[in-house]
Design a protein around this ligand. Structure first.
Ligand code: PMP
Length: 354
């Protein structure tokens, strides 16, 4: 730390992204990326946009905003595009949280929430997940704070029903409820239609998972116009050009090839069923994941041992040292071949141990 670093950030512990090692070729199952390349239409559109990089992008991102709105069945004024969904989450902490509106989220969820809270000087509380790692919905009802919930949750993959989400939103009318739907396309039902009924609901989604664009950084929020105006005030006070021209073009190309996205999601869902079956047969316990990852533990090996043994065999998964989930590993669902390699490696690792 330099002697110039502001005191207000001195104790900030930044978010730790999943490792992206370059020293050897791994089967990468640690950051929940899509195993599939973006649509050719997205690649061609981004390359075409590269030829005009001397120009700033459209700060209002009108064309892509209209396409995202159409995809979501809402009005463009109800959508705001951001640099990954991380950015809209940060904007939400900036716009809707303060001393009078502290944040609340589960104790085990996306690790960026507490980081954003501390970055923005927002007080927060964490509500423990139940023993089965499910969200305690009643504890969030009428909680009177700005709620952040990932649905499906990470890293459990567990999904809340639309009825439960609505109960939380309806019971906190004086606070914004942010539903982070980064993984919704892998088996959940989006709560976006509820934005017309509740002016306190903000739904966030991303192109990083189901739409194969993690490297392009494109996310968005959907909510009533007034919420979008607030978030736009934050955007134009930080970075009006938050979505770059190549990313916008790629996003349009991706949305023009929705069939590809549906096909990719179907493949992930099928591979998730396969890997769940195979891991259970090997003695693993898995949560019932609705996301593009599984969350698995084995009674005979610690989470850290399994992580290390897989790494030594060229397979990267995500292990969290957090209490209560340290026995687990979060494993991204990849191609069928990748899942077969994973199952073979785990079979060998368990056999070597016996
Ligand atoms: N929400 C959750 C629950 C996530 O796991 C992630 C991905 N790490 C994000 C949001 C942010 O993803 P992105 O910024 O790539 O949209």
């Amino acid at each position: 730390m330099s002697r110039f670093f502001s005191k207000k950030f001195a104790s900030l512990v930044p978010y730790t992204p999943g490792e992206q090692p370059k020293e050897r070729k791994y089967i990468k199952l640690n950051t929940n990326e899509s195993p599939f390349a973006p649509s050719e239409q997205a690649i061609a559109a981004a390359a075409d946009a590269a030829a005009r990089l001397q120009l700033y992008p459209d700060p209002e991102a009108r064309e892509l905003t209209a396409a995202v709105a159409a995809q979501c069945g809402v009005d463009p004024a109800e959508v705001l595009l951001t640099n990954g969904s991380d950015e809209i989450l940060n904007f939400a902490f900036m716009a809707f949280c303060d001393e009078a509106h502290p944040a609340v989220f589960p104790d085990i969820t996306y690790g960026f929430y507490p980081v954003f809270a501390r970055l923005n000087g927002v007080p927060y509380t964490e509500i423990p997940l139940r023993d089965d790692l499910s969200v305690d919905v009643d504890a969030f009802c009428g909680v009177g704070k700005t709620v952040f919930l990932a649905n499906p949750n990470a890293p459990s993959g567990l999904l809340l029903s639309l009825a439960d989400i609505e109960r939380i939103v309806a019971s906190n009318p004086d606070n914004v409820v942010v539903i982070d739907e980064a993984y919704i396309d892998f088996g959940g039902e989006s709560c976006i239609p509820l934005i017309r009924k509740y002016d306190n609901l903000l739904v966030t989604q991303t192109f990083s998972k189901s739409r194969s664009m993690a490297g392009a950084r494109l996310g968005f929020g959907v909510g009533c116009r007034a919420l979008m105006q607030d978030l736009n005030t934050i955007k134009y006070s930080t970075n009006p050009y938050n979505v770059n021209a190549m990313t916008m073009a790629a996003g349009l190309g991706m949305l023009a090839d929705e069939a590809r996205t549906r096909q990719n999601c179907a493949a992930v869902i099928e591979n998730r069923a396969y890997v769940t079956r195979e891991l259970r047969a090997l003695g693993f316990t898995l949560t019932d994941s609705a996301a593009n990852f599984v969350f698995a533990k084995h009674p005979e090996m610690s989470g850290e041992e399994i992580y290390g043994a897989l790494r030594a065999r060229g397979i990267l998964v995500r292990h969290f040292k957090t209490p209560r989930i340290a026995d687990y590993n979060r494993i991204t669902v990849g191609t069928r071949w990748e899942m077969e390699q994973l199952v073979a490696a785990l079979t060998a690792i368990l056999a070597e141990r016996n």
